[in-house]
Design a protein around this ligand. Structure first.
Ligand code: 3PY
Ligand code: MG
Length: 256
């Protein structure tokens, strides 16, 4: 789980489940056991808080699954806490400027890239690191900061955002992006305009030496994202996975 950065930088596509509706650590452990290489705990639109993360992160790490956290808008203090409790990547929503990105990075990375405050006991325990000097030397590389690009201001500021030192990547929110592109007229995450804009962001990110990540609302969108250069791809929201499996189970009985 602590090689997420190495795998993404090596060009591997990593799928992440999206944990939003359930706090029971056993639910996340089931997703990990099913084979997801990463799970993202959503504090923005999901139910998670620092206590649920502290319970669930060790449970998914035990399955070799990488824990990722999305923090609420502008809540960079939670980004620091998430990495302290073992998140290997943090996704910050609605980053609209290089200044937003710099403030985010400053909470995730130690000096000289940022000003993360020392307090990594839980994450060191999970990573099996006991030497503080070794942790300090490796943490900035191993802990990824992703800025969500999902607004007009973010698209306008993309080149500046991509130049922020210590920012490892960008992450597309296709729902908000589609609302932004249509000035509030449409929710259209899979629409051609949304997907093309996302692909352009990925190309720019890769050209700038950054990672590209994206949320996908369907398997088709996830495959398209992988082909466009996205490497961290969210596919599968917890309650929807349960809902779909329940429907499939009922339908299979009805059809036999
Ligand atoms: C979006 O699509 O806007 C997201 O933030 C994905 O959760
Ligand atoms: Mg969004």
């Amino acid at each position: 789980p602590y090689d997420l950065a190495v795998r993404l930088r090596g060009g591997e596509v990593v799928l992440t489940a999206w944990s939003t509706a359930f706090t029971a650590p056993g639910v996340m452990a089931e997703l990990a056991a099913a084979g997801y290489p990463a799970i993202t705990f959503d504090m923005q639109h999901g139910i998670h808080n620092i206590a649920t993360l502290a319970d669930a992160i060790p449970r998914v790490v035990a399955h070799g699954t990488a824990p990722i956290v999305r923090v609420p808008v502008g809540d960079f203090a939670s980004a620091s806490r998430a990495v302290d409790y073992g998140a290997t990547a943090v996704i910050a929503p609605m980053i609209d400027s290089a200044e937003d990105a710099r403030r985010f990075v400053s909470h995730v990375k130690y000096l000289p890239l940022g000003q993360r405050s020392w307090g990594p006991a839980a994450s060191m325990r999970l990573a099996g690191v006991s030497d503080p000097a070794a942790w300090l030397a490796g943490a900035n590389d191993a802990t990824l900061a992703f800025a969500m690009i999902e607004s007009r201001p973010a698209l306008d500021a993309l080149d500046d955002i991509l130049r922020v030192p210590g920012l490892d990547g960008v992450f597309i929110g296709p729902a908000d992006l589609s609302i932004a592109l249509t000035n509030g007229a449409r929710f259209a995450p899979s629409a051609e305009e949304t997907q093309e804009t996302a692909a352009r962001v990925a190309a720019k990110a890769v050209a700038a030496g950054k990672l590209a990540g994206a949320f996908a609302v369907s398997t088709a969108d996830a495959k398209r994202a992988a082909a466009a250069g996205f490497r961290l791809i969210a596919l599968g929201v917890d309650f929807a996975l349960l809902h779909e499996a329940a429907r499939a189970t009922l339908a299979s009985f009805a059809s036999d």
